[in-house]
Write a new protein. Sequence first.
Length: 141
Amino acid sequence: MATKVTRWSPDTCDCVIEYSWDDSVPEDQRVHTLSNYVNKCAAHSALSTDTDRWNAVFEENPRKNIAHQLILDNAPTAMYDLVNSNRVLKSGIAINLSWSGTAPNRVLTISYTGITLTTNQRNTIQTFLNNRFGVGKVLLA
């Protein structure tokens, strides 16, 4: 067993965090434990403890990734290509992410440029997002 420390800068905020993990544990079973907060971003600095900040950041980052994948999984074929059996955005389509509200209850808004979804398509995808994360946690703009 070797404990490793990773410095992580999530793409959801400007925090810089060091966390530890055991490299002898299979990747899908690893536990990441907060070691040190190097930088506390404005969105998370108001939380009272580093543990609260860690929990918020560690929830937001996967929420963003899972939401984008859920959108691709339920998107019309005009939005994605298949690459090695994985759905990826078609060339010319870009994802835009924005966060609002106060941590730990920040709301993620996702929009795409390069494609116009119909009202039906948007409503269907929003329903999937609401079912997965709860109403108001991830919005498709």
